[in-house]
Design a protein around this ligand. Structure first.
Ligand code: ADP
Ligand code: MG
Length: 329
């Protein structure tokens, strides 16, 4: 396979585009604002994201990828086209060769849909890359050797866990618990404990600022604004990191248990390698404080987060061909 001109990480939450030589050239939310009355796309990416929860009735903010799969094909294609053009710039004469990654749990039909959408969006050639392999390459793991490596990618819609050796996925699991579920857990908690309605963006901000999945000696606090459930009026409350940790516990446990069960299914030689080499966390969701600790506590295996974890899949997708060349694939 020839090396791609651009690599795309088509995520539930964000789209990243990597170009050879330049690195990550684009990182935007995978959101499209759509005008129902005019049957037209109003905005794509960051501009569209700001419209979520703030749009008049005729404009819908759509996330065309839900939990790692394409739920709205036409909109996904429009969105891909927009970002490919934006990444390539005006001076692109030739259609690009594009490598694009799909989550490990997708069906053949979904894989074909991504491929077709990428061709429709203007690709000359399309290579579909498995996400865990891309994540491992991007995290700097040498996947060309016969050693077991475990990568846990915590995204927006799914957490994907995989054991990789010799350029292939040996054991994997994908669960529909990830960043978005943490946001929803925070929304539910704040409504129940503080009688306050908050939106997705506020919940995400709470998660990023004071959220943690690991008990800390010192609790942090944050002022949170929303709408009083009872009076319907705007209201401000103070939320602590410890109550957020408790609210997130159910989701955290599901992720940690999923890692544990993949380890149980891992062949012994590879498991021994993972003990030596540790578990690597990737994906934007791994930026939530405390994952390294809770996973290593539960599994007894040293766990570390990749550098720039939200960017590694895009980087690995872009570099896939050159890495595989070494493997003679
Ligand atoms: P996807 O691959 O599904 O598009 P990403 O890898 O981009 O997902 O991760 C998106 C998730 O990461 C979102 O749920 C977002 O809230 C979360 N996230 C991003 N930054 C942080 C942070 N600093 N702390 C906690 N969560 C974060
Ligand atoms: Mg991802």
């Amino acid at each position: 396979m020839a090396s791609a001109d651009i690599g795309i990480d088509l995520g539930t939450s964000s789209i990243l585009v990597y170009t050879k030589g330049k690195g990550i050239v684009l990182k935007e939310p995978s959101v499209v604002a759509y005008d129902k009355d005019a049957d037209k796309v109003k905005a794509i990416g960051e501009e569209a994201r700001q419209m979520i929860g703030r749009t008049p009735g005729n404009i819908m903010a759509i996330r065309p990828l839900r939990q790692g799969v394409i739920s709205d094909y036409t909109i996904t294609e429009k969105m891909l086209k927009h970002f490919i053009q934006k990444a390539m710039g005006r001076k692109a004469f030739r259609k690009p060769r594009i490598s694009i990654c799909v989550p490990s749990g997708v069906t053949e039909v979904e894989r074909k849909a991504v491929e077709e959408a990428t061709y429709q969006a203007g690709a000359r050639e399309v290579y579909i890359i498995e996400e865990p392999i891309a994540a491992a390459i991007g995290a700097g793991i040498d996947i060309t050797k016969p050693f077991g490596n475990m990568v846990v990618d915590i995204g927006g819609g799914t957490t994907d866990i995989a054991v990789i050796s010799l350029g292939g996925v040996v054991v994997s699991s994908s669960i529909k618990v990830a960043g978005n579920d943490f946001d929803e857990a925070i929304i539910r908690h704040v409504r129940k404990a503080h009688n306050l309605f908050i939106g997705e963006q506020t919940a995400e901000a709470v998660k990023m600022k004071i959220g943690t999945v690991c008990k800390r000696p010192q609790a942090e606090t944050m002022e949170v604004k929303g709408r009083n459930v009872i009076t319907g009026l705007p209201k401000t409350v103070t939320v602590t990191s410890e109550e957020v940790r408790e609210a997130l516990q159910e989701c955290t446990t599901k992720i940690v248990e999923a890692v544990h069960s993949v380890l149980e299914k891992t062949p012994p030689e590879l498991a021994a390698d993972i003990v030596d080499r540790g578990i690597v966390l990737t994906g934007g969701g791994s930026l939530l404080d405390g994952f390294e600790e809770v996973i290593s506590q539960r599994t007894g295996i040293n766990t570390m987060t990749a550098e720039n974890p939200a960017c590694v899949v895009a980087e690995g997708t872009g570099r896939y061909a050159e890495v595989m060349e070494e493997l003679g694939k």
